[in-house]
Design a protein around this ligand. Structure first.
Ligand code: FAD
Length: 247
């Protein structure tokens, strides 16, 4: 399916400690009322802008993949978290040219990074904007009444770029089966009371419950994804229950 969606909300997160100040933005886009867009949490779509063609063929649009962060229960809008690069490319164009009211072309959905229907226990591991497909799973599961234990290990550089913070903290208060483990990697931050470090370092000593029956979904930085995929079976997780979304 292909249609145009209008940007209705943009939230910007700027890493104040970085010299180039990379931005992450959460974009909300309205699904036109005459479109019945169905997807499964974990899937992605492709985005394009009319004035951003392919470099190799200027007659064709450049389509780029983005995971849907909103719940599959939400029928009126789609939400995306996108890291906007300063190098020429689609995200830089999006940063400069897309505003509230701009129309963005969408096609999809695509992908199979969806929740296993018989999952008994879920563990999500992500970094940065990799939280998008996992948040879509979490929103859908919690708001459709799932009571299975769900944990989210969310790694990011520092609190400036802790996207979805308010909502995630709210979910932990509302749903006793949801556990949140935010972790920053920037050791110099004094405005952070939580965990600092990388998953790879603390996973071997962390008290996981029900490792063998846990389905693990991992998304984000490619090195983190590979490292975690490798380490989990060595600490008691079942290799067949590890699902990854490479970007
Ligand atoms: C399934 C999937 C889901 C994804 N989900 C997300 C998500 O939720 N959030 C997210 O942030 N990312 C996501 N990604 C990554 C995303 O698709 C892009 O790869 C990423 O946003 C890089 O954007 P870009 O603007 O640099 O890329 P591109 O436009 O692909 O450019 C790549 C590089 O090519 C060069 N280049 C491109 N165009 C030009 C030009 N006109 N002139 C000169 N140089 C040029 C630049 O060096 C640029 O950095 C996902 C990827 C996949 C496969």
């Amino acid at each position: 399916m292909e249609f145009k969606a209008e940007i209705t909300d943009i939230k910007t997160f700027v890493d104040k400690s970085a010299s180039l100040q990379p931005h992450t933005r959460i974009y909300r886009m309205k699904i036109p009322e005459d479109i019945k867009f169905e997807f499964k949490s974990g899937q992605f779509i492709m985005l394009a802008m009319e004035d951003f063609p392919l470099r190799s063929n200027p007659k064709m649009l450049k389509w780029s993949s983005y995971s849907i962060a909103s719940s599959q229960l939400e029928k009126t809008y789609l939400e995306f978290s996108i890291r906007l690069l300063d190098t020429p490319g689609f995200t830089n164009h999006l940063k400069e040219k897309a505003h509230i009211g701009s129309k963005i072309s969408i096609k999809g959905p695509f992908g199979v990074f969806t929740v296993r229907p018989d999952a008994k226990r879920l563990m999500y591991v992500c970094t940065g904007t990799g939280v998008a497909p996992l948040l879509s799973h979490i929103r859908t599961l919690l708001f459709s009444g799932s009571t299975i234990p769900i944990s989210l290990f969310f790694g990011f550089k520092n609190p400036d770029v802790y996207i979805f913070r308010e909502e995630l903290e709210e979910l932990t208060k509302k749903f006793p089966n949801f556990k949140l483990e935010p972790t920053i990697t920037d050791p110099g931050r004094t405005d952070w009371q939580g965990r600092t470090g990388i998953f790879h370092d603390f996973f071997p000593t962390y008290s996981f419950v029900g490792k063998e029956e846990t389905d693990v979904y991992i998304c984000g930085n490619p090195k983190m994804v590979e490292d975690i995929k490798t380490i989990l079976p060595t600490i008691g997780f079942n290799h067949d229950n590890i699902h990854i979304e490479p970007w």
